[in-house]
Ligand binder design. Structure first.
Ligand SMILES: Nc1ncnc2c1ncn2[C@@H]1O[C@H](COP(=O)(O)OP(=O)(O)OP(=O)(O)O)[C@@H](O)[C@H]1O
Length: 267
């Protein structure tokens, strides 16, 4: 059974792309068949995995969605790129920004991505989708096709505050479009445990949301190694396997697998 996890937060720069790439490769390292979908017109996930000029790629999520709208049949490998660390990648580029406008006049516009996902999900154990920093129609498409939402939140006041709006949207999508949508968990990123502010923010998050939803035990530490990885085209596991960020993403992978099976698969 395939699980579709949407990595979403309308706040920019909170670690969505970094989490999507490293968790996806973390799951592949545990033997899972993984597809990573870049659903952000900035193409950052695409570029961070080494496909450095996304705007020069002809077949992307935008063409996949357009073909889906026009009911054009696609091979299961259409637009899929292969990464050396064992994940498949459906890339994005600036063409996706036009999709937001094109969707306005399309029948069942919230469910276009879902139609595509349904046609390929039998080939994967996990599909992770890197969302864009907005709550527009593309994000609704991402939430409408997901089984769960993983929310990276930077350990700072304003990003935590922005969670309320996101929760509202998730509840609405769950009610109107996708009743099975669950919250995978809130993941604190760029956490600097040496500062009191970061520790206070993490506590605030736990107090305000901890009883309602899963706040991951593992926090992703702030580290320049994470920022450097983005330019290397590989995961943190390859770039800095023994560093704190690599260890944290390894532990997060285990936590996601444990939540999944509840049978020690994460061990
Ligand atoms: N743990 C970390 N420590 C330090 N820097 C990090 C960490 N995680 C990510 N970064 C850096 O922070 C920046 C934002 O991260 P990332 O691109 O993953 O966020 P995002 O939420 O996907 O951004 P956007 O909203 O623009 O898509 C990037 O430059 C990234 O390399």
């Amino acid at each position: 059974m395939c699980k579709v996890i949407a990595v979403v937060n309308q706040k920019g720069g909170v670690g969505k792309t970094t989490t999507c790439g490293n968790l996806g490769i973390g799951l592949a390292r545990r033997g899972k068949k993984v597809l990573l979908i870049d659903a952000d017109p900035q193409g950052d996930l695409t570029a961070s995995l080494g496909f450095i000029n996304p705007d020069e790629i002809n077949h992307t999520l935008a063409t996949v969605m357009m073909n889906t709208i026009n009911e054009v049949e696609m091979d299961k490998d259409y637009a899929i790129l292969r990464h050396s660390e064992g994940v498949d990648v459906l890339p994005s580029n600036i063409d996706l920004s036009a999709m937001e406008i094109s969707l306005v006049n399309v029948m069942s516009r919230e469910l276009i991505l879902k139609r595509y996902i349904e046609s390929i999900k039998q080939h994967y154990d996990y599909i992770l989708i890197d969302g864009m920093p907005s709550l527009g129609m593309l994000t609704i498409n991402v939430l409408a096709c997901a089984d769960s939402v993983l929310i990276p939140v930077q350990a700072a006041y304003l990003p935590i505050k922005g969670l309320q709006q996101l929760m509202k949207t998730i509840v609405q999508v769950k009610r109107q479009l996708n009743p099975r949508l669950e919250i995978e968990g809130v993941l604190v990123t760029m956490f600097d445990r040496r500062t009191k502010n970061a520790r206070d923010i993490a506590e605030l998050l736990e107090e305000n949301y901890g009883t309602m939803l899963n706040v991951f035990v593992n926090k992703i530490p702030l580290s320049v190694r994470a920022a450097e990885t983005t330019a290397k085209g590989v995961s943190i596991f390859q770039y800095d396997p023994n560093g704190s960020v690599g260890q944290a993403y390894k532990a997060l992978t285990k936590e996601v697998l444990e939540d999944e099976r509840g049978n020690g698969e994460g061990d």
